[in-house]
Each structure stands twice: as structure tokens, then as C-alpha cells.
Design a protein around this ligand. Structure first.
Ligand code: IVH
Length: 811
């Protein structure tokens, strides 16, 4: 509390007023954030209102204090609503993870095989610490800092230019004669350990909440509307990557980072160029050994392909580059007591056990919840009776003393049990057989393909299960889906309970007053409950009407912004099983809008494989090549060739394949041929294969799509939604490219690049790559050894190119 607080406003000096204003503003901001985002008020209503009145009085007496960023105008804003948005011209990506030496070896091997490098061909990498801070993109035009943006969702971040300018390690002007016209320099903002301790000490003195770790403190310090708060925090910056930079100052990762140093940035002194997996691992161990004495948090080592030309060839998968990986340090462990097991029901009906723990600090973060994965994990055996966790005893019981493991940003998990501390009366845990929310049966599906039971138990309530409905809605508005600002998990729960939102379309048809009263009601109930829990009576007073209105305004503004959405986001938002972000993106590249997708799925649904085909396809040892041969044989039988000759015409099959056929259809080859004939008749058609044999989509996702759109209710939900939102096509990948929108098939051997690289390049240039030739194919790229695809393409009059012609076309 400030010393001046007791003095009447009229008697304050400007200096005193300024100091008090700053403090009040910070306290109110903290209270707002606790109240609006965490639903965890840290002030009672009376003191909150007193602080607010005092702030307004100060601003009336000293108008100079009422700057653009004053909290008196900003209430209830979630932090991401506070800043203007900046769209990244080059997306800010994340990194894939490696946890073991073997993972690192696999990464290097993936890079080598993607590039088609021979045994002897060398390849260089850089290795550098992975700083545990927050990434920032700095844009320089003609050498002058013009903007700074946080990562945000990778496509759009927050404009923190004013804040970044207060960081002494971020140059305002770059020096050197090789600074390009446009240079977006990216790196990590972080806080050193000593500075972090100092900040928390000051928070304590002021009675404000402390930060859990240096990363949170750095983020909280950078994302401040009051720039003077950022300026007072000793934030630091390491440069290690870049975004838009039409002219790069070097040909290697290492060289560009060296240039950053010349231009005036700090770069990490532990970065090193490495020539082999051995070198990388050696660097990893060295950095790990220095971790404790570096003075700042790191959570792993990042490896990047050094040659920029190779980085370009390798490109990206989903949101991470193929040319880099983060080798994480091992997880941290702590011991605590398992107080209860709570069962949460997810959007697909999965019953997930969550460990409620006596709070414990693991690697600097307080953990009170951890995952127990599934029923088998608690029991310690899988459905085939095999042990799934190490150590004794196999099972986990409430009351047990357990080890909790937390690895980086991954959800903590219960790792093992200390049997010596098990209470005498602890009973084995009974996993519920009914949904704890809707009481429908909860079952473990049997997978006929593997002969095993799914490890996950699911509620069979489907649409009648409120937990599934509400989780689907949360998923719908979540960051990687529609990303609706102002509508998070809590608001969805409120709106769902008030019956204002039952399905996605309802979100776009909300009534202002209804939302407002639902939110007000819920907050009041919560506050009453807290007073009741504390054994106190809540004083009668004016409700915080104004703040409530602000929160509702934000919600409506967020919703309005999403009436136009990107197609891949909308597909992903529907929460169809097996349709993750990557598959949604792949679908969006193949269909122009939602009706087009539905038509494609419907067509596929009419050409699904029949049981006879599936029976053949599922046989062990029968891969795609043998299957095709067997089908050809079957078709001849269908054309009624005499069964006596079955044998003679039988395709070449190895021992294992023959055994598989014998076990399935008996010893007589004419039975096999009959089965082959039935399979041929039941074979899937081209509209099904268009999706199912596409390596980016596959049969599982295709089946799931068909099942989803067969359900009339799901179609209704989507139709209603499409009356509210419009989609824009997927990221416009290189519209100008000569192959944009074309469907390409590769066949035969490619000599200049691997299949994987050829496919990735084609997709980057906006083409769809398919594995089968059909009337939809535009170009067939045929290398030596091309077979039936080439003859099919000729028949269909498709444009056929050699690899050289293809490279010429895309160059
Ligand atoms: S490179 C395209 N290098 O890690 C690759 N990232 O998990 C861009 N990070 O969002 C990232 N230290 O915030 C890179 N030396 C380093 C890093 C680093 C920390 C962070 C960064 C990124 C995240 C990805």
C-alpha cells in the first residue's frame, strides 16, 4: 500500500500522486485479471471499488495521469484483447521435440533421407541452448526498429513495439553495412535468475501475487499496457532466428547469427556448429552441465540444419520446421500424496482420470493436478495383461505417495508409487463403468484389427452427454480452432448452463442482454459461494455492472471477428474424431469450401470397401502390392474363368502370405480365388480412395468423416453454422505458381529428390499430391520404372512429365 493513500487527493503533490496512481493501476490490473480470467477474485468488492474510486479521483485532480493506457478505461480486458494485432508475414513456428539420444539420431536420419543424402554425404547442424522465455519478432526497416510482435498463435501476435523499445538489449537502430532493407529478427525475451528474484521480492512487498517462474515473469513484464512497468523490469534478449528478410547476410544459420551479432544483438555464446550426431550430443551434454550456472532458464538444446539452402528444401510440416528440433532436458520429479482421482469427460466421450495431488513444486511450478492417462495406467496392466509402468506395486491407489513427473510444458503425470508409504486401508481404485456426467454406459471399444481393447473408456451418451457437448463447444472456440477472443472455457460453461449455447451456430446468434444476465448471475453465485465458504455474509452493494458490460462487449467483438474463418480452422473446430489440425489442413487444400468437402465425403461414403475387401485387406503379410495382385486374380474369377485353373493363375505369393490365406479361407486355392473375387467386387471406388489412399488423410480419417456426415444431427449442426459463418480457403499457398490447384501424381523412381521432398515441394507450390491416377489427376510425373499408373494416365490423356520437365516447370 502506498504511504500517500491516507492523504486527501487535493493535498497530494504530483510526485506522490504519480507514485500512488502507478501502484493502484497495477493493483487494479492484477485484480481484474484474477477476477476476469481466473475467476479467482483477490480483492473483496469493497476494497476493489475503493481503489477504483481513488484512481478516478487521482486522474481527475491530475489529468496528466490519465494517459492512453490508463486502467480506468480498461476493464475486464483479457490480456490478448489489450494490444493491437500484428500479422506475421512469415509465420512464427514451434519446434518438434526429441527426448532421447535415439530421437536425435532419428531426426538426423529423417533429414538425410528427406534430402536423399548418401551414406558418405556430410551435413552440418548448429546446436544452441533453448531459452525458456517468450519469442519476439522485431521488424527493422532501413535498419530502424518499426515494430515488435509476440508469437501469438504463430500467424498473428500482439503489438508490443513500445514495450520492446524499453529493452536495452534490443537495438533501436542496427549497425553494419550488410543490414538489409527489411529485416525481421526473432529471438527470445527472458529474465535472469537474479532479476527474477528481485521482481518477486518487490511483488511481495507490494502485496501483489508472485510470478511462478522467470518465463511467466518475462511474459507478464513484456505484455504491459503501462510501458513504464516493462521499462522497470530488466528484460533481456537473445537473437536466434528471423522472419521476413528478402536478402540474407549469409548462407548458413551460423553465418546469419554472426551477422546479428555485428548488427548489435546479443547471441548465445554456447552456439556451435556440429558435423555429426556425436557432435550434437556432446554439445548437448556440455550445455546441460552448465545449466545450473548460466543464470537464466533453458529447457533444452535446439539443433538446426546449418545450410540455408537445405533448410528451404526441407520446409515445414504443420507448424514446425523439418530442419530443426528441440532436444529437451529430462523431466523433473517430485513426491507428493494422491488425494483423489477425478474423472473428466472429454469431447469424444473419453473418461480421463486426473490425479488430485497435495500441491508440490516440480521444477519451480506448483502442481496440484496430474494425468493418470487411463484405466490401465492406474491398474498397471494393459488389456493383454502386460505391465505398463515400472516399479512395485503395479497399481495406484488414493492415499498413495506418488512421484510426479513434469517435462517442460507437457502436462505433469503420476509416474510411480512408493509402496512403503501406502496406507493400510487403501483400496484398489475402481474405474467407473458409467459416465460420471450423464450416467450412460462407458465402454472400451474392441478393435477388430488389433484384437485389443481400446485403452480409453468412452461414454456412449454421445449427443445426450452434456460433458461431451460442452467440451466440443470449448474445442470449437479454442485457440487452434475458431480462436474466438473473449469466449474461453469459463464463458462456454456459463452460456451452456444458461442454455444460451447448445451448438456452435448458437454462438453467433446470442442475445446481448441474455448473455449479460447469465454472466452476472454466475459471478454473483461464485462470489456468494466464496463468502459462504469463509463463513461470512456478503455485504449488500452495487454489482460491478460496468465491468460486466465490458466483458460482454469483448465477447461480442470476438464473435463478430470470426464470422469469416479459414476453412482448415472450421474443419478442425468441428471436432471430428481423427481429424487433427494437420488432417484438417490437408482436407482444406483438397476442397474449396465446406459443402465441397461434404460432397466429397458423401461420394466416398457411397464407395466404401465392403466386408470381403476389408477381410482381405486386414490379413497379415498382405501389403498393398500383394493385395492388388490378388484382386486382379479375383477379377478374372469374377469373369468366370474355370476354378480348376485357380492355382495356375495365382499371383506369386510368399510363404507367409499363403499361410495367411490358408488360415483365413482354408487350404483350397479355389476358395482363395473366390474370396479374391468377392473382395474385388467389394473394392472401394476412386472417390473413396481419393481420400483414403492419400498419405495425408488415410483410411481412418476417411471412415471417421463418413461416419460423422452420415449422422443427420451433425449435418444439421454444420448447415446451421454455415448460415452464420463464411469460410475463406486455406492459406493461399503460392497462387501464382504454375501448379497451384493442380493434382499431381508421382510414379517410378525420382533421381533429383526423394518422393517426400517432391511431394512437399509440390504442396508448397499449391498442388495436391495424390497417390492414385484418376480423372482428377492433372499431371503425372513419371520416372524410370513407372508401370500401371503411367499406362492409366496415357489412357486418360493426362499430362505426363519426366522429372526434368517437372523441375523445369516448378523452377
Ligand atoms: S528456433 C523455426 N532457437 O522455442 C524455428 N527457438 O518450441 C524457430 N526457443 O517459439 C525457433 N530458444 O520461443 C529457436 N535457440 C532457439 C530457441 C527457440 C528458445 C523457443 C521459441 C520457439 C520455441 C519452439
Amino acid at each position: 500500500m502506498s504511504e500517500s493513500q491516507a492523504i486527501p487527493v487535493a493535498e497530494l503533490t504530483q510526485r506522490q500522486a504519480r507514485a500512488e496512481h502507478k501502484l493502484l493501476a497495477a493493483e487494479i490490473a492484477a485484480a481484474d485479471s484474477a477476477y476476469f480470467q481466473d475467476d479467482q477474485p483477490i480483492l473483496d468488492d469493497a476494497s476493489y471499488d475503493a481503489k477504483r474510486r481513488r484512481l478516478v479521483a487521482l486522474e481527475e485532480a491530475f489529468p496528466i495521469l490519465k494517459d492512453a493506457a490508463s486502467v480506468s478505461d480498461k476493464v475486464g480486458a483479457k490480456p490478448s484483447g489489450k494490444f493491437a494485432k500484428i500479422r506475421h508475414r512469415v509465420p512464427m513456428l514451434s519446434l518438434g521435440n526429441a527426448f532421447t539420444d535415439e530421437d536425435v539420431g532419428d531426426f538426423v536420419q529423417r533429414v538425410r533421407s528427406f534430402l536423399g543424402l548418401k551414406e558418405e554425404g556430410g551435413i552440418a547442424f548448429t546446436a544452441e541452448p533453448k531459452i525458456d522465455g517468450l519469442s519476439l519478432s522485431l521488424r527493422y526497416e532501413k535498419g530502424t526498429l518499426v515494430s515488435a510482435a509476440t508469437r501469438g498463435d504463430g500467424e498473428e501476435g500482439e503489438d508490443v513495439t513500445l514495450n520492446a523499445r524499453t529493452i536495452s538489449e534490443i537495438p533501436h537502430v542496427l549497425s553494419g553495412d550488410d543490414v538489409p532493407e527489411i529485416a525481421e529478427v526473432r529471438g527470445e525475451v527472458y529474465l535472469g535468475h537474479a532479476d527474477f528474484a528481485g521482481i518477486n521480492e518487490r511483488q511481495r512487498e507490494k502485496g501483489l501475487p508472485e510470478f511462478a517462474n522467470p518465463r511467466n515473469a518475462a511474459a507478464g513484464s513484456l505484455r504491459q499496457l503501462d510501458v513504464s512497468i516493462t521499462a522497470a523490469r530488466p528484460l533481456r534478449f537473445f537473437a536466434y532466428a528471423w522472419g521476413e528478410m528478402p536478402v540474407v547476410p549469409a548462407q548458413t544459420q551460423f553465418g546469419v547469427v554472426e551477422a546479428f551479432k555485428r548488427w548489435g544483438f546479443r547471441t548465445n555464446p554456447l552456439m556451435k556448429r556440429c558435423e555429426s550426431v556425436g557432435d550434437l550430443l556432446e554439445r548437448y551434454r556440455l550445455i546441460e552441465s552448465q545449466r545450473a550456472t548460466l543464470g537464466y532458464d533453458i529447457d533444452g538444446v535446439v539443433y538446426k540444419v546449418d545450410e540455408l539452402a537445405l533448410q528451404t528444401r526441407l520446409g515445414f510440416v504443420a507448424r514446425a520446421p523439418r530442419w530443426a528440433i528441440a532436444h529437451k532436458f529430462p523431466a523433473e520429479l517430485a513426491t507428493t500424496v494422491l488425494e483423489a482421482i477425478e474423472i473428466q469427460v472429454g469431447r469424444t466421450g473419453a473418461l480421463s482420470p486426473v490425479a488430485k495431488l497435495r500441491p508440490v513444486t516440480v521444477g519451480g511450478v506448483v502442481v496440484s493436478n496430474a494425468t493418470l492417462h487411463n484405466e490401465d495406467y492406474i491398474r498397471g496392466f494393459d488389456s493383454k495383461g502386460e505391465r505398463i509402468r515400472d516399479g512395485e506395486p503395479p497399481d495406484i491407489r488414493i492415499g498413495d505417495t506418488v512421484t510426479v513427473k513434469r517435462a517442460g510444458d507437457v502436462i505433469p503425470r503420476v509416474q510411480s508409487v512408493d509402496l512403503s508409504k501406502r496406507p493400510a486401508d487403501a483400496l484398489p481404485y475402481e474405474f467407473p463403468k458409467h459416465c460420471p456426467v450423464c450416467d450412460s454406459d462407458a465402454v472400451r471399444e474392441h478393435n477388430p484389427q488389433t484384437g485389443e481393447f481400446d485403452s480409453v473408456r468412452r461414454c456412449t451418451g454421445g449427443l445426450i452427454c452434456p460433458a461431451q457437448a460442452v467440451e466440443r463447444l470449448k474445442h470449437f472456440v479454442s485457440r487452434s480452432a475458431l480462436d474466438i477472443d473473449g469466449v474461453g472455457d469459463t464463458n462456454i460453461e456459463i452460456l451452456f448452463e444458461a442454455k444460451l449455447v447448445q451448438s456452435p451456430a448458437d454462438i453467433f446468434k446470442l442475445n446481448y442482454d441474455a448473455v449479460r444476465s447469465a454472466m452476472e448471475k454466475r459471478r454473483n453465485e461464485q462470489i456468494d459461494a466464496r463468502f459462504a465458504a469463509a463463513g461470512k455474509v456478503r455485504p449488500k452493494k452495487e454489482k460491478k455492472k460496468e465491468e460486466e458490460a465490458r466483458a460482454v462487449d469483448l465477447l461480442f467483438a470476438g464473435i463478430e471477428q470470426r464470422r469469416i474463418v479459414k476453412l482448415p480452422r472450421l474443419i478442425f473446430a468441428l471436432g471430428i474424431r481423427h481429424i487433427g489440425e494437420t488432417t484438417a489442413a490437408a482436407l482444406a487444400r483438397r476442397f474449396k469450401d465446406m459443402p465441397d468437402l461434404i460432397a466429397g465425403v458423401d461420394a466416398a461414403g457411397l464407395q466404401q470397401p465392403g466386408a470381403a475387401y476389408v477381410a482381405l485387406d486386414n490379413l497379415p503379410s498382405i501389403g498393398p502390392v500383394a493385395r492388388e495382385d490378388i484382386l486382379v486374380w479375383g477379377r478374372r474369377e469374377a469373369k468366370s474363368e474355370t476354378p480348376l485353373l485357380a492355382h495356375l493363375a495365382m499371383p506369386k505369393l510368399n510363404k507367409a502370405q499363403q499361410t495367411a490365406l490358408r488360415q483365413a479361407f482354408g487350404a483350397d486355392p479355389s476358395n482363395w480365388q473366390a474370396a479374391a473375387a468377392a473382395a474385388a467386387l467389394a473394392a472401394p471406388g476412386p472417390d473413396y480412395l481419393y481420400l483414403a489412399s492419400d498419405s495425408e488423410i488415410g483410411a481412418v480419417a476417411t471412415e471417421s468423416l463418413i461416419e460423422f456426415f452420415r449422422e443427420p444431427h451433425n449435418r444439421e449442426v454444420v448447415t446451421a453454422l454455415l448460415e452464420q459463418v463464411r469460410t475463406e480457403p486455406a492459406e493461399t499457398v503460392a497462387q501464382e505458381s504454375p501448379i497451384a490447384g493442380k493434382t499431381v501424381v508421382f510414379t517410378g523412381t525420382l533421381e533429383q529428390m526423394t518422393r517426400g521432398e517432391a511431394k512437399a515441394t509440390a504442396e508448397r507450390l499449391g498442388a495436391k499430391v495424390s497417390s492414385s491416377v484418376s480423372a482428377k489427376t492433372d499431371i503425372l510425373v513419371a520416372g524410370p520404372g513407372a508401370g500401371s499408373k503411367l499406362s492409366d494416365a496415357k489412357k486418360l490423356g493426362i499430362d505426363i512429365k519426366s522429372e526434368a520437365e517437372w523441375l523445369e516447370l516448378i523452377r
